[in-house]
Design a binder for this molecule. Structure first.
Ligand code: UD1
Ligand code: UDP
Length: 352
């Protein structure tokens, strides 16, 4: 059986690390990189560090408007699908690469497998929410990471082909956590002590495209009185420069880093402040309190169990959470058992 996997953005490379390993034990996998992310530190570093098989195709789509990116991917993917004749196409998450991968396959009547199906923010202004809903509706096998995702699909009348397999990002953390310890010299380089800094990421469109929201976030970080490490997403770098926003000296701005460095920084942080989907989950896996600078989250379980707080971009709310949100209680297991990738492999055999 031949499976085409489509990836394009940073978190998808990380998800592909454990999943491709499992798939290749049983199937022929053809890996397509759309080129949505293309800087070495947003793409190449992950393939090298995590031993992800090199892509068989790179579409070199690059940056642009949503329609342009998605449309160009769609036409190039269609050509490859027709040539490669896969038995199914696997996509991850909620990016433009996800939607293009699923839509091109669905139009050719090739079964679509959606990993990380069923997540909802219930905010259709987010490009990711549009991509998720559409991809779920095109998919034959919907692999959800949590019980809430299962309920979301059921509420929309999507019941066939839905399976809760747990979260593939948990597989990735278990796979690479130990190796990540070898990256501790980064802390020395940054002059930071274990347990004495906050790790932050910012990249959501709604937080970067809007000067007020981004200015509030940066003001809160500037005034919080904590040492902060901030690997800066290229999108956020561009907008802070465009808007003329300045970071104070308590914030160590670094280029985007590899996954191993990132896991090491998460594991040694005292708290994580982010608007990333993946980083909210990793905060949970690492047992770190998470402050989420968004108006809603798809990872509602982390909030319900008291380890994540959603504060939006109000400066005082961010400052209050940085100071006072300090859960210490036991964490229930909400993201599966760390064998999601093997379950994907087994389900494909059983169902397709
Ligand atoms: C995309 C996904 C988002 C995901 C994120 C992961 C969509 C709609 N959004 O957002 O869901 O959370 O990836 O990081 O698919 N850029 C570079 N170099 C790169 C990549 C991007 O400079 O290698 C800059 C460009 O200015 C580009 C901007 O970042 O215009 C945004 O990139 P894009 O891929 O469109 O969206 P992300 O914000 O990265
Ligand atoms: N990440 C990384 N280097 C960084 C920032 C993030 O390796 O400089 C990893 C992070 O550990 C997580 C994933 O990228 O596994 C999250 O991706 P991102 O925040 O870009 O997207 P999202 O998860 O919000 O879609």
């Amino acid at each position: 059986m031949k499976i085409i996997t489509v990836v394009g953005a940073r978190p998808q490379f990380i998800k592909a690390a454990p999943v491709s390993k499992s798939l290749r034990k049983n199937y022929d996998e053809v890996l397509i990189h759309t080129g949505q992310h293309y800087d070495d530190n947003m793409s190449k570093i992950f393939f090298e560090e995590l031993s992800i098989p090199m892509p068989d195709y790179n579409l070199h789509i690059g940056s642009g408007g949503h329609g342009k990116m998605t449309g160009e991917m769609l036409s190039k993917l269609e050509e490859i699908y027709i040539k490669e004749k896969p038995d199914c196409v696997l996509v991850y998450g909620d990016t433009n690469s996800t939607l293009a991968g699923a839509l091109a396959a669905s139009k050719l009547l090739i079964p679509v497998i959606h990993v990380e199906a069923g997540l909802r923010s219930f905010n259709k202004a987010m490009p990711e929410e549009q991509n998720r809903i559409l991809t779920d509706n095109l998919s034959k096998l919907l692999l959800v990471p949590t019980e809430d995702a299962l309920k979301n699909l059921s509420n929309e009348g999507i019941k066939a082909g839905v399976h809760n397999i747990g979260d593939v990002m948990y597989d990735a953390v278990l796979m690479f956590k130990e190796k990540a310890e070898s990256k501790e010299n980064l802390l020395v380089e940054l002059g930071c002590e274990k347990g004495e800094y906050i790790l932050t990421t910012i990249h959501r469109a709604e937080n970067t495209n809007d000067i007020k929201r981004l200015a509030n976030i940066i003001q809160a970080l500037n005034e919080c009185g904590e040492k902060i490490i901030l690997p800066l997403h290229p999108r956020t770098k561009k907008f802070t420069l465009d808007y003329g926003l300045k970071f104070n000296d308590n914030i160590k701005i670094i280029e985007p880093i590899g996954y191993l460095e990132m896991l090491m920084l998460e594991a040694n942080s005292k708290k994580i402040v982010t608007d990333s989907g993946g980083v909210q989950k990793e905060a949970y896996f690492m047992g770190k309190p998470c402050v989420t600078m968004r108006d809603e989250t798809e990872w509602v379980e982390t909030v319900e169990v008291g380890w994540n707080v959603v504060v939006g971009t109000d400066k005082d709310k961010i400052l209050n959470a940085i100071k006072n949100f300090n859960p210490t209680h036991k964490q229930p297991s909400i993201f599966g058992d760390g064998f999601a990738s093997d379950k994907i492999s087994a389900l494909i055999k059983e169902i397709l």
